[in-house]
Design a protein. Structure first.
Length: 104
């Protein structure tokens, strides 16, 4: 029962325990109001789950249950996952074990 993210006539279906995340936009201003150029912006570590794989294949042959679902907001490690670009949009494909937290 895998969710699929439809991205402008192209579908992304994550495999096993992988998740497709749309990263939040990088902050354009500091808390003091200084505008940051593109080169100084930090890579976002929070995003929205667009699609979830079926779960990790266990030694027993069963699939492990995923702890996140489509629509969840999550935090992940700064250098976790793989960035992919589909039709001009950038997404992060990340393993469930690389997620740090779910925002409730």
């Amino acid at each position: 029962m895998a969710a699929t993210a439809t991205v402008t006539k192209m579908k992304i279906r994550p495999l096993d325990d992988r998740i497709v995340v749309e990263a939040d936009e990088a902050e354009e201003r500091t808390s003091g109001g200084i505008v940051l150029p593109d080169s100084a912006r930090q890579k976002p570590q929070r995003g929205k789950v667009l699609a979830v794989g079926p779960g990790k294949l266990l030694d027993s042959g069963n699939r492990g249950e995923m702890s996140v679902k489509k629509g969840d907001s999550v935090y992940y490690g700064k250098y976790s996952g793989t960035e992919v670009e589909v039709n001009g949009e950038t997404y992060v494909i990340i393993r469930e074990s690389d997620l740090l937290a779910v925002v409730e």
